[in-house]
Design a protein around this ligand. Structure first.
Ligand code: PEP
Ligand code: MN
Length: 348
């Protein structure tokens, strides 16, 4: 159950807490900006609810049957729109986040960002600290990769989306990134998620590769409970028995999570399929399923990429994708966060 307090009670409300204590109710306080809220995890009676509703510090009491509470749309019926810089994620227009799997060099990043920004893309992704399955694979340029991301993104007026591999790197990544990516391998790292609940930046939370939808929403709940409401969910495929694709992109999860939660949902068809040729059809399907945006690995020379080249689009393929997205966005009257008609696309 959620007990929402008036805006100014960012530190909580002693009257409400005294009541919880006297009734032996177990509760947690989430200092969410503009709507601080208590999550009560004990069973609560109708009389106790009725009393809470009489308090003038309480705005609303909501009973929610699911294990996740703050992530539920039962509590917050309007979709969460996350602001970063002058941009919005989860708003009216789907977003495109694109860039290489890993930052490899200044020239590589510059060429990619230059191309993407000409196409109107406003979010530049790129890994500086890479979580690689093999310790012998390229691990990323680390701090210098972060510095390059910031420098190049500033040059093209783009926002930086990059992964924080570990809590110990949070302060460093915070200095350079606009959106903090939590990788699939970290979705279950609850201590880390709690730490992200304390920061004032959007967190793009990838679904664990073997996580259920409930586990994914509970991972988001760890961040929300810390007071950070800027959580973006990212479906990136799950492990199944199928071997023809790297992962199985679960688009049913996208449609369902949009219903279950108020949080924005982004789809990453690059990790989701592992195959460049499937990115365009899966992107279209993702938008049709209600996704708030896409994250697409894009490279100036995928054949020679140091990481995930096989699932990265080259520039021609990226233009083709824009062309297809433009067609569906016109059909759906859901233009992307940039005006696809204004950018230099081939005519229909
Ligand atoms: C990535 O985006 O390059 C990445 C490593 O993602 P994931 O954590 O989904 O595998
Ligand atoms: Mn990758």
């Amino acid at each position: 159950m959620l007990v929402e307090l008036k805006n100014h009670l960012a530190e909580g409300c002693p009257t409400v807490e005294d009541f919880f204590k006297s009734e032996g109710l177990v509760y947690h306080f989430a200092p969410i900006e503009n709507h601080p809220v208590y999550v009560v995890v004990s069973y609560i009676t109708d009389t106790q609810i009725a009393y809470l509703q009489t308090l003038n510090t309480v705005v609303k009491v909501t009973q929610i049957a699911t294990s996740y509470q703050l992530a539920s749309r039962k509590w917050k019926t309007s979709s969460t729109v996350i602001k970063t810089g002058s941009l919005e994620i989860g708003g009216k227009y789907p977003n495109l986040i694109a860039g290489p799997c890993a930052v490899e060099s200044e020239q590589q990043l510059y060429e990619i960002a230059h191309f993407l920004s000409k196409k109107g893309v406003k979010f530049l992704r790129g890994g500086a600290y890479k979580p690689r399955t093999s310790p012998y694979s390229f691990q990323g340029l680390k701090k210098s990769g972060l510095q390059l991301l910031r420098k190049v993104a500033n040059e093209f007026d783009m926002q930086v989306v990059t992964e924080v591999l570990d809590y110990s790197l949070l302060d460093e990544v915070m200095q350079y990134a606009d959106v903090l990516q939590v990788g699939t391998r970290n979705m279950h790292n609850y201590q880390f998620l709690k730490g992200l609940g304390k920061v004032d930046k959007p967190v793009l939370l990838k679904r664990g590769m073997s996580a259920t939808i409930e586990e994914w929403l509970l991972a988001a709940e760890h961040i929300l409970l810390g007071g950070n409401e800027k959580v973006i969910l990212c479906e990136r495929g799950i492990r199944t028995f199928e071997t023809a694709t790297r992962n199985t992109l679960d688009l049913s999860a996208v449609a369902l999570v949009k219903e279950l939660s108020h949080l924005p949902v982004i789809v990453d068809p690059s990790q989701g399929t592992g195959l460049a040729k499937l990115i365009a059809p899966m992107s279209i399907a993702a938008i049709a399923a209600g996704a708030d945006g896409l994250m697409i690995e894009t490279h100036n020379d995928p054949d020679n990429a140091l990481s995930d080249g096989h699932q990265s689009l080259n520039f021609n393929q990226f233009e083709e994708l824009l062309h297809s997205l433009r067609k569906i966005s016109l059909l759906d009257n859901r233009p992307f966060d940039f005006d696809l008609q204004a950018v230099n696309l081939r005519p229909n």
